[in-house]
Design a protein around this ligand. Structure first.
Ligand code: 7RM
Length: 658
């Protein structure tokens, strides 16, 4: 859409009074939080969470940037997500409607979930796992993934979920960094109609002389053959089925680590973001209530994220389950067995709240509105978006064709680091502005700073998004690297400001528009990947001397990975005979093996030189111009300004994904 048609069509959507009358969020919350931020959060913590021991102090920020929330409080996250709902007489309420990719289904009530979590907690303890031990979870989207996470939380063993699409190498790095004692995996999962193995990646990840892993617990999902290490591997069924059905949920300190989740940073090494129990659970439950407007008695909620990402942690596991909601858990992809699968599921289950990513919305737009139009989507009442900016066209399409022109859309900005939603409209309260995440939620404070670190509020000026007050679900650090935590988030603009790494601007109405990453992190289909990480994967191939990776804007995926590689001249290896397309294919597969299929570059261009400054820094800005087919920008700081001509001239020697 051109700017002209955009402004011509410019349209906002005031809250519907009927929706407002039943909404969990209210306009008064903004004022209450502003008047007394700590009092506001303390009230949320006491209203939404059951504490075994009440906290004495809401916030200790004296060790900034290391925060402590709800000090002195004790709680058990699994108790809050499961036991208390059963104790309150809601054991028969469905917690999870599971829909496997092949069409197999399971219904898990809160009483079922309670039994399964207790058994799994007993089983993990019988394997020698205890409080403070770390556990890697590498699973498909099956109910056992939720059970495994909650069983870890119950016994105080921080989990580190690794996305099932990551490679053995990526899994190995994460297991080692967190010194995991146990891995929970499956034989495989289903992907686009076929079983896809998981266990071999775990075997390969542990195939090193030194590992801290003592046991690997394997869930049978696909029934495929698996290699077996008798002294290390145990079947989930063999330890969980015979375990006792009750397990005492011992309360943990509010600041006890709940989980570690790795995310891409500006250097190659992923950061182990860790969250603790009380603050995280409070904000996950609070936001799921006021932003998604979950009403546990009546809603059927569906978050389409994978549990391997933070969205799955906060909005499949901890938020909705703490609230006692009923949700759909779906294993598969949107196009298997047909492109209407999601809409078929919404119709089948009567989904009322759908939380998904802009990349999915854009894909559905491409497939055409006649597909969702074949299904009854009238049960929907709230739509959510997360992971990247949602462009106004996609927002309007989502509202019209999925939301029947009636559902509020909440565009939710947050990060692995923030733990829960930070900037979003409130349905029933906010007048919606398509394409903007609009305003910090009650209790959260954000500003936009200029290059000098000065806050400004003028409209349409681009700056850096910062958060100006600690919040309960903020990361407590980077696992094992407190200095990197301080450096990455609290130094760019001084210790007063949390630097999110995103560009942002205000519009004339004071709405915040997020404009994408300002660091060397790409956002591909809502997944964060660092340029450095993919560059090192490429350079680890014997044919590659040097590599530079940029995120080029892409209509479907937001950004796409484009790599420029210089080949080695002295190669004498098995890949030597490859050239042109075969080599590009080989390099793409190599990246998939090193990191995972999601990290495969869309395009690899073989070049003879890379543009560098005099101090030897690769000028990715110029490569981005090439990757996006633009006129090349200012080359005056290049050490050798003829390089860009060389690159442009030599662009025949590369290839796109077939
Ligand atoms: C939840 C999640 C975080 C990065 C963040 C942004 C981008 C996320 C939005 C968004 C614009 C949004 N965690 N991002 N949500 N950009 N509007 N509503 O995605 O750690 O994986 O990524 O994602 O750049 O910094 S994440």
């Amino acid at each position: 859409m051109s700017e002209e048609s955009l402004s011509h069509d410019h349209h906002t959507f005031p809250a519907d009074p009927a929706f407002a009358a039943q909404a969990n969020g209210t306009a008064e919350m903004y004022a209450a939080a502003e008047a007394d931020p700590e009092g506001f959060w303390a009230a949320q913590a006491r209203e939404r969470i059951t504490w075994a021991k009440d906290f004495e102090t809401t916030l200790d920020w004296s060790g900034a940037p290391f925060a402590k929330w709800f000090i002195g409080g004790e709680l058990n996250a699994a108790y809050n997500c499961v036991d208390r709902h059963v104790e309150n007489g809601n054991g028969d309420r469905v917690a999870i409607h599971f829909e496997g990719e092949p069409g197999d289904t399971r219904t898990v009530t809160y009483a079922d979930l309670h039994r399964e979590v207790c058994k799994a907690a007993n089983a993990l303890e019988s394997l020698g796992l205890g409080k403070g031990d770390t556990v890697a979870i590498y699973l498909p989207m099956i109910p056992e993934a939720v059970v495994a996470m909650l069983a870890c939380a119950r016994i105080g063993a921080p989990h580190s979920v690794v996305f099932g699409g990551f490679s053995a190498e990526a899994l190995n790095t994460r297991i080692n960094d967190a010194q995991c004692k146990l891995v929970i995996t499956a034989d495989g999962g289903y992907r686009r109609g076929n079983p896809s193995a998981l266990k071999p990646a775990v075997d390969a990840a542990l195939d090193h002389a030194q590992t801290t892993v003592e046991k690997v617990v394997v869930i049978r999902r696909t029934g495929q053959d698996v290699a077996w290490n008798d002294s290390r591997d145990v079947w989930w069924d063999d330890v969980v089925a015979p375990a006792a059905e009750t397990h005492e949920a011992v309360a943990h300190d509010s600041e006890h680590p709940l989980f570690i989740l790795y995310t891409s940073g500006t250097t190659g090494k992923p950061k182990g973001i860790f969250h603790t129990t009380g603050g995280y659970l409070t904000q996950a439950a609070y936001t799921n209530a006021i932003v998604h407007d979950v009403h546990p008695e009546t809603d059927l909620y569906w978050c389409t994220a994978d549990i391997g990402w933070v969205t799955g942690h906060s909005y499949i596991v901890y938020g909705p389950l703490a609230n006692g909601a009923t949700q759909l858990l779906y294993e598969g992809t949107p196009d298997t067995p047909h492109q209407g699968r999601w809409w078929e599921l919404i119709q089948k289950y009567g989904v009322t709240i759908l939380y998904t990513a802009p990349t999915a919305v854009r894909t559905f737009m491409k497939w055409g509105h006649d597909i969702p139009e074949k299904f009854d989507l009238s049960s929907l009442r709230v739509l959510g978006s997360v992971g990247e900016p949602i462009n106004p066209e996609a927002w309007l399409w989502y509202r019209k064709y999925i939301g029947g022109d009636r559902c509020p859309i909440v565009d939710t900005w947050w990060q692995t680091e923030t733990g829960a939603i930070m900037i979003s409209p409130l349905p029933g309260v906010t007048t919606l502005e398509p394409g903007s995440a609009q305003k910090p939620i009650p209790g959260v404070n954000a500003q936009i700073l200029d290059d000098e670190g000065k806050p400004f509020t003028e409209a349409e000026r681009v700056g850096y998004l910062v958060l100006t007050k600690p919040w309960p679900s903020m990361l407590r650090g980077i696992w094992g690297d407190p200095e990197r935590y301080r450096q990455t988030y609290w130094s760019r603009f001084g210790p007063e400001y949390y630097f999110a790494g995103d560009g942002a601007k205000y519009d004339k109405d004071g709405n915040i528009w997020l404009l994408g990453r300002v660091d060397d992190v790409m956002n591909v289909s809502g997944h964060r990947m660092s340029t450095a990480e993919i560059e090192s994967a490429l350079v680890s191939h014997p044919r590659v001397a040097e590599a530079a990776v940029v995120g080029a804007s892409d209509e479907m995926t937001g950004q796409a990975i484009v790599a420029f590689v210089i080949l080695r001249m002295d190669h004498d290896d098995e890949a030597e005979h490859l050239d042109g397309d075969a080599l590009v294919k080989e390099l793409r597969n190599h990246v998939a093996k090193e990191i995972g299929p999601i990290a495969k570059p869309r395009t690899i261009m073989v070049v003879s030189e890379l543009p560098k400054t005099r101090s030897g820094k690769i000028m990715r800005r110029l490569l981005k111009d090439v990757a996006e087919g633009r006129e090349i920008g200012d080359v005056t700081t290049l050490a050798d300004s003829s390089v860009m001509n060389l690159i442009k001239d030599g662009l025949g020697a590369g290839g796109d994904e077939g």
